[in-house]
Design a protein around this ligand. Structure first.
Ligand code: G3P
Length: 215
């Protein structure tokens, strides 16, 4: 299972990269805004730090506009992936980009039918938003289970990115379902390392080591 960082903050990406647990990065206009930097400047820097795919979202709402933006963004670095919203125009763009050999990440996926359509369009990645489904009393992880079944049934090459991850349990459940990737905010990633019994155990061992030296 791959871990992507769901952030446009370079310091968070550097920290996860140094720990060897950043296989890629996903951004969106909200995350770019939170970085306080321009999309082009920050994405170019991220694409140098991270070897894996770096998703950048198009703003155009029509397929020709999306393709134009995609071609521009793709020239920034070899590991750029174009994030395209799950719309009819978006799927037209995904078909064109797929034929051009440009990788795509279909975003704002909230149903199994949307995922199936995106896979058939040739999406490299699809991003179902589990947290936002949980927010409206739907079961985000149930959708992941459905989509993984569909992808497996037909041996699609499309990879599933579990997105809108809000807590470590989302990552655990994603891994149990065999999801290819989870894109994780830095705060959630931090929580995944910690366990109070680990801290307690280390403190106890250090204390006992000191005692053993005195004896
Ligand atoms: O990867 C999509 C993600 O950035 C959306 O997360 O927390 O805004 O639903 P959230």
């Amino acid at each position: 299972m791959k871990f992507f960082l769901d952030t446009a903050k370079v310091e968070e990406i550097r920290a996860a990269t140094e720990l060897g647990i950043c296989d890629g990065v996903t951004t969106n206009p909200t995350l770019i805004m939170k970085s306080g930097r321009s999309q082009e400047e920050v994405v170019k820097e991220i694409a140098q730090i991270v070897r894996g795919p770096v998703s950048v979202e198009v703003i155009a709402e029509d397929a020709p506009g999306m393709v134009k933006e995609a071609e521009e963004f793709s020239a920034w670095a070899s590991n750029i992936v174009i994030k395209v919203p799950m719309t009819k125009e978006g799927m037209k763009a995904v078909r064109i980009l797929s034929e051009k050999g440009i990788k795509t990440n279909v975003t704002l996926v909230f149903s199994a039918t949307q995922a199936l359509i995106a896979a058939k369009a040739g999406a490299t990645y699809i991003s179902p938003f589990v947290g936002r489904l949980d927010d409206v009393s739907s079961d985000g992880m149930e959708l992941i289970e459905q989509i993984m079944d569909i992808l497996d049934n037909y041996e699609f090459e499309t990879e599933l990115i579990v997105a809108s991850v809000r807590d470590p349990i989302h990552v655990v459940e994603a891994a149990r379902l065999g999801a290819h990737i989870a894109t994780i905010p830095a705060g959630v990633l931090e929580k995944m390392w910690n366990h109070p019994l680990t801290d307690k155990g280390i403190a106890q061992f250090l204390e006992d080591y000191e005692k053993s030296k005195k004896e």
